[in-house]
Design a protein around this ligand. Structure first.
Ligand code: FES
Length: 194
């Protein structure tokens, strides 16, 4: 058989395979980046967006260690007919001892789906249900902290949220805070994954 004819036949035989690989690759890329347009393979990744920015006023924080819970609502782009999904993450916004306002995710950094509670009075009264004497939080801390409801890891709010009890790998995720006159709102949460 003429070699050029053989090559043409090879090409024709391989075409369905190439087409299938192309479609599969496109589907995979759209799963990874749902908003991708044709040719947009090198565009930046889809970032989660804050869906409903909560609004606070300075008067909500009359004294140091005032801590308010709120829901941090995020919009994710997803590969589905709806194109997006809204998820809510519990969070705290707190006025610190030095009057700075800081917001944190309430998700325990140990990543087991447990929630942090704000303990204002004394860390030895950690809310775990045992008496002070038997309390599992056997550390002394003279300022409020976050305490995980599951294994009682303690995060020191006067020390940038550092973990002072338990094997947690890091402090809770911080959320940007913006202050404009009397109004306070929040921005991005660090390490928020798509
Ligand atoms: S999951 Fe938070 S301390 Fe164990």
């Amino acid at each position: 058989m003429d070699p050029s004819r053989r090559n043409l036949l090879k090409l024709l035989a391989g075409a369905p395979l190439l087409l299938t690989a192309g479609f599969a690759g496109e589907a995979l890329m759209r799963f990874a980046k749902p908003s991708m347009k044709a040719g947009g393979i090198f565009d930046p990744a889809d970032e989660p967006e804050l869906a409903i920015p909560p609004l606070f006023s300075k008067e909500y924080f009359p004294e140091p260690w005032t801590c308010l819970p709120f829901m941090y609502t995020v919009k994710y782009k997803i590969f589905s007919p709806e194109k997006e999904e809204i998820r809510s993450i519990p969070a705290f916004i707190v006025r610190l001892n030095d009057d700075r306002i800081q917001a944190y995710s309430r998700e325990c950094p140990r990543g087991r789906g447990c929630t942090l509670n704000f303990v204002k009075e004394s860390i030895r009264n950690c809310g775990c249900g045992t008496s002070v004497k038997k309390c599992c939080c056997n550390i002394e801390l003279n300022n409020p902290a976050f305490v995980c409801c599951c294994h009682k890891d303690v995060y020191d709010l006067a020390n940038d949220g550092a973990c002072v009890r338990g094997p947690s790998p890091r402090r809770p995720k911080k959320i940007e805070v913006f202050i404009d006159g009397e109004q306070i709102t929040v921005g991005r949460m660090e390490n928020l994954l798509v």
